[in-house]
Design a protein around this ligand. Structure first.
Ligand code: CUA
Length: 160
């Protein structure tokens, strides 16, 4: 079969690009362990307050320098377990963050860290992060969720 020169070039280019992308994807997934945030854990969004995990939001120590941080998102509030909306995390701690929403879709971004999740009704969003740098971080909603969207925030303090 006769093939035009340009067609051969493009076919080669396409094949190499495909192989390169698959290698990048493979290394990222299997060697570096990257995976999409889990969305497989579900709950009834009307019964968030009764859910075992979300009954008492806040920070709980679960191991040596390891914590579970549970936060209930709702329009237009993050319930972190205290009215000041401040979470104090010891520097270097590994924190397993779990959140869900009681109403609409919210964002969950701790600015300046890798923590950035979408919070969807009916699902529990989780992310594990190690806070290596002391400082004050702001938890913000980065999905437009209504008139109070810009008020939706909390403070994460990483302390020495
Ligand atoms: Cu919640 Cu925007």
């Amino acid at each position: 079969m006769e093939m035009h020169k340009f067609e051969k070039i493009w076919l080669t280019f396409g094949s190499i690009a495909l192989i390169a992308f698959l290698i990048v994807l493979g290394v990222s997934a299997f060697y570096l362990g990257n995976q999409p945030p889990s969305c497989a854990v579900t709950l009834d969004p009307k019964k968030v307050d009764e859910h075992q995990l979300f009954k008492e939001p806040g920070l709980t120590e679960v191991g040596e320098n390891e914590y579970q941080l549970t936060i209930v998102s709702s329009a237009f509030d993050y319930n972190v377990g205290n009215p000041e909306k401040v979470v104090e995390i010891p520097k270097g701690a590994t924190v397993h963050i779990s959140t869900t929403t009681k109403d609409v879709i919210h964002g969950f971004e701790i600015a300046g860290t890798n923590v950035n999740m979408m919070v969807e009704p009916g699902y529990i969003s989780t992310y594990t992060n190690t806070f290596d740098k002391a400082g004050t971080y702001t938890l913000v909603c980065n999905e437009y969720c209504g008139v109070g969207h810009h008020l939706m925030q909390a403070t994460i303090e990483v302390v020495d």
